[in-house]
Design a protein around this ligand. Sequence first.
Ligand code: 3PG
Ligand code: MG
Length: 396
Amino acid sequence: MGIKTLSDLTLQNKRVLLRCDLNVPIKDGVITDDGRIVASLGTIRKLLDAKCSIIVVAHLGRPKGEASKNLSLAPIAKRLGELLNTEVEFSGEITGQVNRAHSLNAGQILMLENIRFISAETSKDEQERNLLAKELSTYADVYVGDGFGAVHRKHASVYELAKLMPHAAGDLISSEVAVLEKLTVNPERPYGVVLGGAKVSDKLGVIENLLGKVDVLAIGGGMVFTFLKAQGKEIGTSLVESEMLDVVKGLIATAEKNGVKLLLPTDIVVAPAFAADATPTLVAADAIPADQMGLDIGPVSAAAFAAEIVKCKTVFWNGPMGVFEFPNFAAGTKVVAQALTQVSGISVVGGGDSAAAVRALGFADSQFGYISTGGGASLEYLEGKELPGLKALELI
Ligand code: 3PG
Ligand code: MG
């Protein structure tokens, strides 16, 4: 895909509208993982070096068109200012800010409030989105799209706005796409993918597509119980998507037909409840007690996954293997993360949540080949879908 990059734009002294993905986890008003803010710094610094003034547009959470104090971008503007060691002005208003935007001097940064406080941003109605985009387009001379985590959304500030203005992808999007190309265009083999997380339905498209491309597919996390049940096993009170059982049977058959090594756990850490202090017990995957739920893959399975991962030359991982937020159920995710750090080829941690998980478990970004900032966006790319935010940035 030929995306316009920063070198295709004349940036010197320009007023730039910069779309970032600063959708970071916040707990009790405190940012718990600033990875996406840090990942946005490279492009911002480059724009500052070119004496641009910058108007940052970003979202937080899913406020559904209504302002809410706990989804304000104010703490994110503050954190960005700390990281850049410069002042980041914050505007509580989003529309009606053309004068303020035009009054910025070279090197000044203004961050607008959560763009999703305006319903037109995520509207299904193209005209509504266009109207918002038109107004925002008057704020600046050029548009730089760098919010990789949101490129799969056909939203006003991601899609329409890019098309209305001279535009280019920022360096974060450029590097994300370069990495994803390595996973999709002649990946070095063996190629392994590890998927976790709660729902099969979220990952169905990508699993279907990957079954035609990978050598190894390892499945953990909450969605694994739908696989185990599809194999006729008792899964107790574990998460399950009953309506997906036939589909999953089909996936298992396709894996076999295509010669994909499908790794499912053979042992499971179960507990009577979803709670940090619930008593963990290790059982075989075909012996989950009726009154217990699976909360992590067991050590034998984790070791088996790890053994396959380290043999691969290309590995992509999205989704935790268990409830890693609870120390008793974090071991599976930790072992898989550890294996990724030992891959001799390219290892990619995909996704906001998976990235936050590895950091929370004490790993450093530098231990992995690449940590993507896009969960859904990376998955949709691997699924082979057309991503609106990348399409809008394509060379004309
Ligand atoms: C994300 O965190 O997945 C991105 O910021 C996109 O957010 P969304 O899934 O709410 O569209
Ligand atoms: Mg998402």
